[in-house]
Design a protein around this ligand. Structure first.
Ligand SMILES: [Cu+2]
Length: 117
């Protein structure tokens, strides 16, 4: 009985620690994306304030994340073709349903569907 309680407490502590710890989430802009969206509403990326979204550009042209007012993260810098990256450090909550989806700085029609809570 004591052992069971110890195991349960340990599991609970680990779960609490995991929930509070900021995560790094990797997102790839696929090769061939061009001026199309990076993902769609169905493949929404959902992250938490404090997380880092490590965006990797696997495409053959430069992409840059556009954000307004540092929300949910500061405006991106150019991600070179073939592996350039940008770390979007999530500082503010973001709801694409209310604010409209994020998009590529160079191609406003190319959306990036991300929710930050
Ligand atoms: Cu921009």
């Amino acid at each position: 009985m004591k052992t069971t309680l110890l195991v349960l407490s340990a599991a609970f502590c680990l779960a609490s620690y995991g929930a509070a710890k900021a995560a790094t989430v990797e997102f790839h802009i696929k090769a061939g994306t061009g001026q199309n969206s990076w993902n769609d509403a169905a493949s929404m990326l959902t992250v938490a304030v404090g997380d880092t979204v490590h965006i990797v550009n696997d495409d053959s042209i430069v992409h840059t994340l556009h954000t307004d007012n540092n929300t949910p993260c500061p405006h991106g810098t150019d991600m070179d073709a073939g592996g350039g990256s940008y770390d979007c450090v999530i500082s503010y909550a973001f709801d694409p349903a209310a604010d409209g989806p994020l998009h590529d700085h160079y191609y406003p029609e190319a959306k990036f569907w991300l929710t930050a809570k």
